[in-house]
Design a protein around this ligand. Sequence first.
Ligand code: CA
Length: 228
Amino acid sequence: MGAKLLVVEDEQALSELLTYNLEAEGYEVRTAESAEDAELLVAEEIPDLVILDWMLPVVSGIELCRRFRSRAETSALPVLMLTARGEESDRIRGLSTGADDYVVKPFSLPELLARVKAILRRAAPERVADVLTFEDIELDRAAHRVKRGERGVRLGPTEFRLLEFMMESAGRVLSRAQLLDGVWGRDAFVDERTVDVHIGRLRKSLIRGRETDLIRTVRGSGYIFGEH
Ligand code: CA
């Protein structure tokens, strides 16, 4: 069963987009349009993670986060904050908001999904599958091991994270910028050609003989895993 998420966002279009994509990942999603609604839902049932918009009418996301932190039942409730680009993002870096992590709007969905997964993994490691599989490829996060069929695949740490990120987003086109964000982190000083170099190494390690290449280059867009 998927983790239970609560999305608190007053922008309906964004809320729907998030719900659609999070449900597609197997999460159970509830939504609230205001901090007040969110508090009612949390009083009914404490979710595993709250995705919380900073800019909400009346009671802000920051204030709601503070309220969660001040109550014993929700003091450890994981919160991923959504912030607007600009002043807020600088302030949120400096301020102790009590959020576990944040993403700046407009964000890419793979980035948001990766952050949701990372927070859930930290909060409740048993909720996130240790082993990812796709066709004959098996990636064991806990043991840091990759197998293709019966063969062990040796990967460097970056190639391992790259494969993990691509397997999590299998079937979706990932731009170089999304791969940089998801694998190297937003603050890394790495240029997009580095992605190509590591994709090249990953391919080389994954393919022996007649094995299929599960990574497809999408001209002008990036890469997709698991479509051939
Ligand atoms: Ca808003």
